[in-house]
Design a protein around this ligand. Structure first.
Ligand SMILES: C[S@@+](CC[C@H](N)C(=O)[O-])C[C@H]1O[C@@H](n2cnc3c(N)ncnc32)[C@H](O)[C@@H]1O
Length: 266
């Protein structure tokens, strides 16, 4: 595994938090899912890798007390801006900078969540076991751990790494710069890590002249296969209560985009 790319791959994509929020502004189904889970399980909720608060704030608006942390200060700064827009009646989430691979809050929660592929930034089975041990130490008896990761997509993983895929034109939400988004990746099938490159290329032309070169953002995603994930969860002392292939609680299948787990400590 390439340590430098792993490090960049868990940081780069989160440096421009405004762009992150813009790119995922239409991602709503997972938020609805976590809101339902929180209503069923109750709070307070601990959120690992809360990012810009995309999931945190809707949960706070529903009246849940939250503690959230993230390793990225830019994502957290954006989450703190969002805090200021929460209505007065909502409990204020407690946000701080922290690493999900080493955390000790000295308290337990009935619900712990980790949304939108955050656990794909844990790159080995040993490390995931260590993370799960931390989760276990922060869960109340009978508490629930809910998270989602991508379902490995063999066709996507095998794509030509030299070609540019997706290609979409958009305007940066803060600078107004017209950009073309495209991606490609290398897949390390032994380490099970996809090293994704996201390209932001300035559009040539009026109003956009001389705005700089193409920017390459690295994103490294561990691919968690369903069988190994279930085994790792079991080894860490969790029982998989439900495993879904979609946020509408569809069954997991070969064509699922995500794997969503609801687990309890045995
Ligand atoms: C795809 S984002 C998801 C953010 C948020 N959960 C959401 O649903 O929008 C992944 C997040 O994981 C965070 N992250 C990556 N490695 C981390 C680590 N070791 N500890 C804590 N957060 C981490 C990133 O900074 C980023 O905010």
């Amino acid at each position: 595994m390439n340590r430098r790319l792993l490090r960049r791959g868990s940081r780069d994509h989160y440096l421009d938090a405004a762009l992150y929020d813009h790119e995922y502004r239409r991602r709503r189904e997972d938020v609805r899912f976590y809101r339902k889970v929180a209503d069923e399980a109750g709070g307070p909720i601990l959120e690992l890798g809360c990012g810009t608060g995309r999931v945190t704030m809707p949960l706070a608006r529903d009246g849940h007390h939250l503690v959230g942390f993230d390793i990225s200060s830019t994502m957290l700064a954006r989450a703190r801006q969002r805090l200021t827009r929460l209505p007065k009646r909502c409990p204020r989430p407690l946000l701080f900078r922290g690493d999900l691979q080493h955390f000790a809050l000295g308290r337990r929660f009935p619900l712990i969540i980790s949304a939108f592929n955050t656990l794909q930034h844990v790159y080995t089975a040993e490390r995931l076991l260590a993370v799960l041990a931390h989760v276990a130490r922060h869960l109340e008896t009978g508490g629930l751990f809910a998270f989602d990761v991508l379902m490995p997509d063999c066709e996507w993983l095998a794509r030509d790494p030299e070609k540019r895929w997706v290609r979409r034109r958009f305007r940066h939400p803060e600078t107004g710069e017209q950009l073309i988004y495209s991606t490609n990746h290398d897949y390390d099938a032994v380490g099970q890590v996809a090293y994704v490159r996201i390209y932001y290329s300035p559009v040539e032309g009026e109003g956009n002249k001389g705005q700089g070169n193409e920017r390459v953002v690295h994103l490294a995603h561990r691919q968690w296969y369903p069988q190994e994930l279930s085994l790792i969860l079991e080894t860490a002392g969790f029982r998989v209560e439900a495993r879904y292939g979609g946020f509408g609680r569809e069954g997991l299948s070969s064509v699922s985009e995500s794997q969503i787990y609801l687990c309890r400590l045995v």
